[in-house]
Design a protein around this ligand. Structure first.
Ligand code: NAD
Ligand code: IPM
Ligand code: MN
Length: 358
């Protein structure tokens, strides 16, 4: 049987809860398609700090490098928030993205028709919304020099935002390529009226655009984009932007779909290898209660099948199963209009697995 190796790093909070449901989907895929998905698990994040004294143990990284793809839950929590930088879960997350060369983070925000009522926005505004945020993932202010120092006896904190032209060009090209496979519209988001990195960004986009005359390009300043996303979400197709803007805009875009619990992501480098994780975090406020929405993680598996394995049919089977379960009216609390009828994490996972059909 065709075999793929998947490294699983469930992490903290609701990470293990949602990953458990995604693993059920892996097993069902084996059954339906006669493929073999070898899984291996490793410690990552806060739990790795507790058990191994580091958020990203060497053997976990080695396990990921051996794999064809990585499935990640989420990391972080109040227990580790006041730790020094090298002992914070989030440092492990940035570390794994960098170490695996995953510079491109793809975050689709698709509004399911039956969930239009679940959003805080008016249903008619959401009609037809289907966009992808392409977020640069290994540069910018996340990875520039950071330090504290006293200047004339006053405490200073410094974060540096750095991009080189090659880092900008590779992500921008990828976004143009993705736009080409869709509605051929690209919005490049920057703060070119203020930031030097954004001026390099825009210059690069303009230069690369010459190779993509078939793609309609708009430049949008990030503050305006945050507003336009709520005003005219359906008009966006592909949005490409730098690391921190993409982080913020993708959480905003999540709310178009009804909940951050719906948003999947793929992190890619040059080859087919990828890391797949929900856009949301470890949700300490609901962890341990069995009520988290597993759909973001399950849809991340569909992305894995399509983008890393080229298994389009298997990816479609998952997406169709999610759609049919939602169409049948099943809801976790985050997307339920009537919260008293909400079902839990594992019930939602089981329903989706039961709905998976070739
Ligand atoms: P969060 O995404 O964890 O939670 C924000 C809100 O959304 C919370 O009210 C939470 O209950 C809700 N939510 C999130 N996922 C949900 C789901 N699947 N189903 C239902 N509700 C859901 O963001 P936060 O609270 O700002 O961060 C919590 C911790 O997670 C922090 O330590 C942060 O650093 C970390 N974090 C990790 C990742 C990651 O691992 N990729 C991403 C974001 C945040
Ligand atoms: C995300 C998260 C991370 C980020 C944090 C936890 C480091 O918010 O994956 O969106 O900012 O990239
Ligand atoms: Mn984020």
């Amino acid at each position: 049987a065709e075999t793929k190796r998947i490294a699983i790093i469930a992490g903290d909070g609701i990470g293990p809860e949602v990953v458990a449901e995604a693993v059920k989907v892996l097993r069902k895929t084996e059954e339906l398609f006669g493929v073999k998905l070898e899984t291996e698990s490793g410690l990552f994040g806060g739990i790795a700090i507790d058990e191994r004294g580091t958020p990203l143990p060497e053997d976990t990284l080695e396990m990921c490098k051996r794999a064809d793809a990585v499935l990640l839950g989420a990391v972080g929590g109040p227990k580790w928030d006041n730790n020094p930088k090298e002992l914070r879960p989030e440092t492990g997350l940035l570390g794994i993205r960098k170490a695996l060369g995953l510079f491109s983070n793809i975050r689709p925000a698709v509004v399911f028709d039956c969930l239009k009522e679940a959003s805080t926005l008016k249903p008619e505004v959401l009609e037809g919304t289907d966009l992808i945020v392409v977020r640069e993932l290994t540069g910018g202010i996340y990875f520039g020099d950071k330090y504290r120092e006293q200047r004339n006896g006053v405490e200073h904190a410094v974060d540096t935002c750095v991009y080189n032209v090659n880092e900008v060009e590779r992500i921008v090209r990828q976004a143009f390529e993705i736009a080409r496979t869709r509605r051929k519209k690209l919005a490049s988001v920057d703060k070119a009226n203020v930031l030097e990195t954004s001026r390099l960004w825009r210059e690069t986009v303009v230069r690369v655009a010459a190779d993509y005359p078939d793609v309609e390009l708009e430049h949008v300043l990030v503050d305006n984009c945050a507003m336009q996303l709520l005003r005219r979400p359906a008009s966006f197709d592909v949005i490409v932007t730098e690391n921190m803007f993409g982080d913020i805009l993708s959480d905003e875009a999540a709310m178009l779909t009804g909940s951050i619990g719906m948003l999947s992501s793929a992190s890619l480098g040059e080859g087919s290898f990828g890391l797949y994780e929900p856009v949301h975090g470890s949700a300490p406020d609901i962890a341990g209660q069995g009520i988290a929405n597993p759909i973001a993680t399950i849809l991340s598996v569909a992305l894995m099948f399509k983008l890393s394995f080229g298994w389009h049919e298997a990816g479609d089977v998952i997406e169709n199963a999610v759609k049919s379960v939602l169409d049948a009216g099943h809801r976790t609390a985050d997307i339920a209009v009537d919260k008293s009828k909400a079902i839990g994490t594992s019930a939602m996972g089981d329903l989706i697995v039961a709905a998976m059909k070739r």
